[in-house]
Design a protein. Structure first.
Lengths: 536, 523
């Protein structure tokens, strides 16, 4: 790579997005997340049964919310940005409802669950909900439950911005376990939202990346400290397959029951929800590795949402995290801390200066059932004491000699089109390796061992450095990983830094006793050489 | 047990004979100087302003721990391969470079450099006999095989230190069927590099017979922790978890107010906290900054109850995290069925994992109180007179592959607070199956930090709060201060308890009155 001419190197960079598309189509390795959902003032939802799929091959009988067949939802991001966007009649989690602060929202729910399941409903904690047309429910009031084949209408005002959960308020121990939960995102009123600098937006545009944020102005709340560059929604839940099997069998038994005088048919389910032994631990209804497949992937018709975050250095990434189900999960973000902005849509501000945040900084954002958190994460490599791009001032490769001009904060932000946009300049050109054999700076602190004593991971970018150019210079174009194309973070095209984001109750990163699986995904920090395309 | 060793040793020897001399690639890395730290610190002042170079070596392998009901529990475990004398005393095994690069001598005087140096270090014949990190594999295997510790060797560094951590994978002698790699994940490190993050899927993992040196510039002060990241539900349950904390620059303030010391940190973008955040151009507030300047004050550094300069948990700028004594406490749970299956060549199940032993620093009550310690002997070679031999106690050691008994659980959790003093508890949880609550009967816990970050809002207000219980899931840490400054309420001689209100966790498997409990003594 060091011998590569300038022209070739640049054209290679320009070609990378195309190369990536091809790689993606071939291996389905790159599938990005965003926070897709449906938007509008009125939503027509249904509760129905279907089977969701798990990576051990099991099809699990579940109940979920979906869009009624006569309702044509509006998608955000729209289908033009995210091809394949759809809202089936049942999905787990339910459709993410995206609304705007101050709007009056109407949600009509039709109960198409099996008759044996009885009534169902939706709770919208955090909103003043008026329920009409339904029948009496324990938590939803005198007319708040939808009877079998009946409907109920909920109206409320989207009072304040933020991420919140919604879920069934009827026989919740069973219905939430079966999959009746989802998320509602309230976007700030554009008239109240702050003006965000959107510095990273210019860099995205310089690299032909599309803005996938749900908001027009880039703030999560009516607060200047809530500006962000990317966003992802993660809903955590678990399943005990025994409960689902019981429900499936009893529904079938009741439906096919022939009554006799001595043995009348049961009319309702008697599913035992205790003792509780979950075996599936899911993010957005999918277990690893399925969660890293695309949004709206055809192979998961009832689990449209994924968990596959990507970002560039310096981007502020908004995490919308919801605990569904019934257990807590210590969700550990490798790579950096998360600043919690809000709980259940309630912004946490300083008591003495409301222009300042007061939420905690967490490397483990424990999810709790019914609790939603908004938080901001970033990664810059600040303070590593070595150049993450492997720059080498003595190289003949111009990409190895990119300048780094520190702004007031120490970052290279002068040129949004720079491949090392947001590089941490105080570490620029600082070597990691003492005597590297590749085209990276030498005389650093460590000697990397013979790679024969190491085992490479599927998401290993091929070198210690960030990006294909640096990896190519350090160890050759295929890196020290297995043959290119068979891995999830190829040295020749992506070579990102992969950080595992997972439940730290580690047995939950298994799928029905199989490791790896469960609540696990990879956050990829990609150099600007790699185009992040959330539409996959 | 002894017989099992012999069988396994022969199995291992056969393995080594087959793959011959090129099967290992052990070495350590610990430069005495770097570009950042060109001048070695004087031995009298190992923690200079500006930091220094610190090093540590660990083995990745297996071992046994003794549970409070007497059960020998099999571990996948890390063991110390440097700082052996400090580890045996319950101290962090991290050493200044000059100490680490002194070859380990088991017969050296306790506390000497040679008693804490790197195991296996020998002159490099290819460098005219200089110490370059070249090691004698036999010594690494002699000491490293079967020397697993629970929890894993403790690490402690200071802000601005460069830390070189060498992991040498010595294999698991009880499981010759396995070819397990190991890694080190520095849990909670901000702006981590994925290469040194220890996630095998995202980086490299170290095969048996290999050494790998992790390199980090110390991150912001705080209570972090570390663990292996290979098959985490297995390797963490089996015991590959350890403690790690970073001490603040504020410990090196020698004159002026602590506030002025924190202000001085703002002049360097790397150590500046309120500023230097991504977001916009121009000076911007770092959204991940945890130590904004507190209200202006003139608090200066004083002395603690021992008469030494006071130490702090964080760069608070107002002295609010001062403490007299500190106790790192790691919470863990062991499922004896899983450990038995893990020892017996069978595949483990994960969904039904159920912990029956609940551990503070690798021990359950009443072993948490056992602070007999380990003898630092210079009596001569031999099985019974070796450094690390427990002093009059039959528990908490394991006989290593070389026949020497070394500490397996060197850390008591008996908390001794000088009357009128303040104790910092650095509490981390690496249970892999359930949440754990730790309660204080008597002295309230003042929570000063969560997840290695000071509880302070961006306007500079401390958000500390008092509580009598904290709850942690696996992968979380909390710093609390037990404030016994009120000697009327907490007079010398009084005893308080730290215990779990998860009452089923107050047991040692079938044995009642055990588990997650220890005592706080006011002295």
């Amino acid at each position: 790579m060091s011998a590569m001419t300038t022209k070739k190197a640049i054209s290679m960079t320009r070609l990378l997005p195309l190369v990536m598309v091809v790689v993606t189509l071939l291996f389905a390795t790159a599938a990005y997340a965003a926070a897709p959902g449906i938007t509008g003032l009125t939503f027509s939802l249904t509760a129905q049964a279907a089977y969701i799929t798990q990576p051990d091959g099991n099809m699990v009988y579940s109940w979920g919310y979906g869009c009624t067949s006569t309702y044509t939802p509006t998608f955000n991001p729209p289908g033009t940005k995210m091809p394949g966007a759809n809202c089936p009649t049942m999905q787990v989690p339910g459709p993410t409802l995206i609304v705007t602060e101050g709007q009056s929202i109407t949600v009509t729910l039709t109960n198409n669950l099996p008759a044996a399941a009885g009534n169902t409903s939706i709770l919208f904690p955090g909103f003043q909900v008026t329920a009409t047309n339904g029948v009496a429910g324990l938590l939803t009031g005198p007319t708040g439950d939808a009877p079998t084949n009946g409907t109920v209408t909920y109206t409320f005002t989207a009072g304040s911005p933020g991420t919140r959960a919604y879920y069934s308020g009827t026989q919740s121990d069973l219905q939430v376990e079966m999959g009746l939960y989802g998320a509602i995102i309230v976007l700030p009123d554009p008239a109240k939202a702050p003006t965000c600098a959107n510095a990273n937006l210019a860099a995205e545009q310089a690299n032909s990346e599309v803005d996938y944020r749900l908001t027009a102005n880039g703030a999560a709340f009516d607060h200047a400290a809530s500006c962000y560059d990317r966003e992802y929604l993660f809903q955590f839940s678990e399943m005990d397959p025994v409960i689902h099997t019981q429900a499936e069998q009893q529904v079938a038994a009741i439906a096919h029951c022939v009554p006799s005088t001595v043995r009348p048919c049961p009319t309702s389910l008697d599913v035992h929800t205790e003792p509780y032994h979950p075996a599936y631990f899911m993010i957005n209804g999918r277990s690893m590795p399925d969660d890293m497949d695309t949004n709206y992937a055809a192979q998961y018709p009832h689990q449209p949402y994924n968990g596959n975050p990507h970002m560039h250095p310096g981007e502020l990434v908004l995490l919308r995290i919801i605990g569904q189900g019934r257990w807590q999960h210590p969700f550990h973000e490798h790579g950096n801390h998360v600043r919690i902005l809000a709980h259940d849509g309630n912004l946490i501000l300083s008591a003495t200066d409301p222009s300042k945040l007061a939420g905690p900084l967490l490397f483990t954002t424990t999810t709790t059932p019914g609790v939603a958190m908004d938080g901001i994460f970033y990664w810059t490599g600040k303070g590593l004491n070595w150049d993450i791009y492997g720059h080498n001032p003595n190289s003949s490769d111009p990409l190895a000699k990119l300048p780094c001009t520190p702004d007031a904060n120490g970052y290279n932000t002068g040129s949004p089109g720079a491949l090392n946009y947001y590089e941490w300049c105080p570490d620029h050109n600082k070597a990691l390796e003492k005597a590297p054999f590749g085209d990276v700076a030498g005389n650093g602190p460590v000697t990397l061992p013979d790679s024969n004593i190491l085992t490479n991971g599927a998401w290993f970018g091929g070198s210690a450095y960030l990006g294909p150019n640096a990896t190519g210079r350090a160890v050759g174009p295929t890196g020290t990983t297995p043959p290119s194309g068979t891995i999830a973070n190829p040295p020749g095209s992506e070579a990102g830094l992969a950080f595992m984001w997972h439940s730290h109750n580690e047995r939950e990163i298994t799928t029905n006793n199989i490791f790896p699986g469960g609540m696990m995904m990879m956050m990829l920090v990609d150099s600007r050489e790699f185009q992040i395309n959330e539409s996959f | 047990m002894r017989k099992v060793y012999q069988v396994c040793v022969s199995v291992l020897l056969v393995c080594f004979a087959i793959v011959a001399a090129n099967a290992q690639s052990f070495r350590v890395q610990c430069p005495l100087t770097t570009l950042m730290h060109p001048t070695p610190p004087s031995p009298a002042s190992p923690n200079p302003v500006g930091g220094s170079i610190k090093c540590q070596q660990i083995s990745g392998g297996d071992g046994y721990a003794t549970m409070a009901d007497g059960t020998q529990t099999y571990l996948f475990a890390f063991g110390p391969l440097s700082g052996l004398n400090d580890i045996a005393k319950g101290l962090p095994g991290t050493q200044p470079a000059a100490v680490f690069m002194t070859p380990y001598d088991p017969l050296a005087a306790a506390g000497s450099a040679a008693s804490n140096g790197a195991v296996g270090l020998v002159p490099d014949p290819e460098a005219n006999g200089a110490y370059t990190g070249h090691v004698d594999t036999r010594e690494v295997m002699d000491v490293g095989v079967m020397n697993g510790n629970m929890p894993a060797p403790m690490m402690a560094i200071d802000e601005d230190d460069e830390f070189f951590l060498t992991l040498s994978n010595v294999g698991m002698i009880m499981r010759p069927d396995l070819f397990e790699q190991h890694t080190v994940h520095f849990h909670g490190y901000p702006n981590a590099s994925s290469f040194y993050d220890g996630v095998p899927d995202a980086s490299v993992a170290i095969n048996i017979g290999g050494s790998f040196t992790y390199y980090y510039l110390a991150p912001d002060a705080g209570t972090y922790f570390w663990h292996c990241h290979i098959t985490p539900p297995e390797h963490l349950q089996m015991g590959m978890v350890g403690q790690l904390y970073v001490r603040p620059r504020q410990n090196r303030v020698t004159s002026g107010s602590l506030y002025a010391g924190l202000v001085a940190q703002q002049s360097d973008p790397r150590t500046s906290c309120p500023n230097s955040g991504p977001g916009t151009t121009g000076i911007t507030t770092d959204i991940l900054c945890s130590t904004p300047l507190p209200p202006s004050n003139s608090v200066t550094r004083t002395t603690n109850k021992s008469g030494n300069p006071t130490l702090y948990a964080y760069n608070d700028g107002d002295g609010s995290t001062a403490y007299d004594v500190e106790y790192p406490i790691q919470i863990h749970g062991f499922d004896p069925n899983f450990h038995f299956v893990g020892m017996t060549f069978n595949p483990e199940g994960f969904a039904d994992m159920k912990d029956k032993y609940f551990l503070l620093n690798g021990r359950s009550y009443p072993d948490t109180l056992n602070s007999i310690g380990y003898q630092d002997s210079t009596l001569g070679p031999g099985n019974s007179d070796f450094v690390g031999q427990p002093r009059g106690s039959s528990a908490f050691y394991t006989q290593d592959a070389d026949g020497v008994q070394r500490p397996s659980q060197p850390l008591p959790t008996l908390i001794n607070i000088p009357a009128g003093g303040r104790a910092l508890l650095r509490i981390s949880d690496l249970d892999v199956s359930e949440f754990q609550t730790l309660a204080s009967l008597g002295i309230p816990m003042q929570v000063i930090a969560i997840n290695a970050r000071l509880l302070r809002d961006q306007a500079g207000n401390n958000l500390y709060y008092n509580t009598n219980s904290i709850t942690l899931g696996g992968g979380e840490s909390i710093d609390v201060i037990l404030d016994a400054t009120n000697t009327t309420l907490y007079p010398a001689g009084s005893v308080f308890y730290l215990y779990t209100p998860n009452l089923d966790h107050l047991s040692n498997d079938a044995e009642n009155f055990g588990g997650l409990m220890t005592e706080v003594h006011i002295n």
